[in-house]
Design a binder for this molecule. Structure first.
Ligand code: NDP
Length: 316
């Protein structure tokens, strides 16, 4: 059943989605935004955002997202707490199904569904999900106060999460698969300067160990020597990158091998007219809040231009 007809439908509620909403709303396009399953997106799982211009003292991630929502609503964005479960971009107007039942017809769609945390894919990870295994230190770190934990990964996320956890936990074991970290120098330095973070170089996770109560250790393997060792931890945190949230667009939109949506370079236009991709869903290079916000702005401007051209076309 067609529930609603909208000019601009925005899918996703991270910095890209809300920035698109602010611009589209201020252009008088009355955007409707569906938040998805994680309202506020990835920044709600982070602590202090120190690199977003305009906040000399940093800003708390969830607070920033609440502010962005407020700003989008102030100009007339309708924010809905629904999940887009399928889309039909093969005809026009574009159709988007919410929560598997309600269909919204849209003249343009801005996709800002972002990316989600990756897992290692070992059985014990699933076995202990929510029983010691987590992909978000800021969300779950509190539960491990005064305990020993492990973090796997070597990028900025791993550096940030281990530093965060080091303030709550007695000890953090950082599991790095190579002999160097990918994280920025300043964040690596923070890790190296923190006495209760121990880095295990050239090391991979063999298995997460535990019992009915949850995780109680992790068996590590040195990938150079094959030597195994068990470290006693109660928490196991993944920080090994992300996967774009594009499953619902398979077969509808062009994407690269990793699933990131393809856009015409220098724009947010996908291969379907009227559909735009913004933020991390189409960016595997920069992946920052500020670049996501910037591309959200581009998406709204591209949608506005598209709608104006469509209107001209109909008038003639
Ligand atoms: P990245 O893709 O940058 O790093 C992923 C890390 O996980 C790599 O070090 C990789 O190892 C490791 N890894 C991947 N798969 C496995 C595996 N199966 N087993 C063990 N290790 C694995 O992801 P991040 O989430 O760290 O960062 C994403 C982006 O967000 C980056 O651009 C980053 O700069 C940014 N970011 C910025 C922050 C800030 O400025 N405050 C905070 C967090 C992220 P390897 O190096 O060997 O490939």
């Amino acid at each position: 059943m067609i529930m609603e007809k909208v000019k601009v439908l925005i899918i996703g509620s991270g910095p890209a989605g809300y920035t698109a909403a602010i611009y589209a709303a201020r252009a008088g396009l009355s955007p409707v935004l569906f938040t998805g399953g994680q309202p506020g997106g990835q920044l709600t799982t982070t602590n202090d955002v120190e690199n977003f211009p305009g906040y000399p003292d940093g800003i708390n991630g969830p607070q920033m997202m609440m502010d962005l929502q407020k700003q989008a609503e102030r100009f007339g964005t309708k924010v809905n707490f629904g999940l887009v479960t399928s889309v039909n971009f093969s005809s026009y107007p574009l159709q988007v199904t919410i929560d598997e039942k309600d269909v919204v017809e849209a003249e343009s769609v801005i996709i800002a569904t972002g990316a989600s945390a990756k897992y290692l894919g070992i059985p014990s990870e699933e076995k202990y999900a929510n029983k010691g295994v987590s992909a978000c230190a800021v969300c779950d770190g509190y539960f491990y106060r005064g305990k020993e934990v492990a973090v796997v990964g070597a990028g900025d996320s791993a550096a940030e999460e281990s530093t965060y956890l080091s303030k709550l936990c007695t000890k953090v074991h950082l599991i790095v698969r190579r002999d160097e970290m990918r994280a920025s120098k300043i964040m690596q330095q923070r890790v190296l300067n923190t006495p209760n973070i121990e880095i295990h170089w050239n090391t991979e996770t063999d298995e997460i160990l535990g019992d009915d109560k949850g995780v109680n250790g992790v068996r590590l393997v040195n990938n150079k020597t094959g030597a195994k060792k068990v470290v006693p931890v109660q928490g196991f945190f993944l920080a090994i990158g992300h996967k774009p949230n594009t499953d619902i667009f398979k077969g509808q939109l062009e994407m690269d091998d990793a699933g990131y949506l393809k856009v015409v370079p220098g724009s947010t236009r996908t291969n379907v007219e009227g559909v735009f991709a913004v933020g991390d869903v189409s960016d595997k290079v920069y992946r920052q809040a500020i670049t996501a916000a910037g591309s959200g702005c581009m998406g709204a401007l591209d949608a506005e231009k598209f709608l104006a051209a469509k209107e001209m076309e109909l008038a003639h």
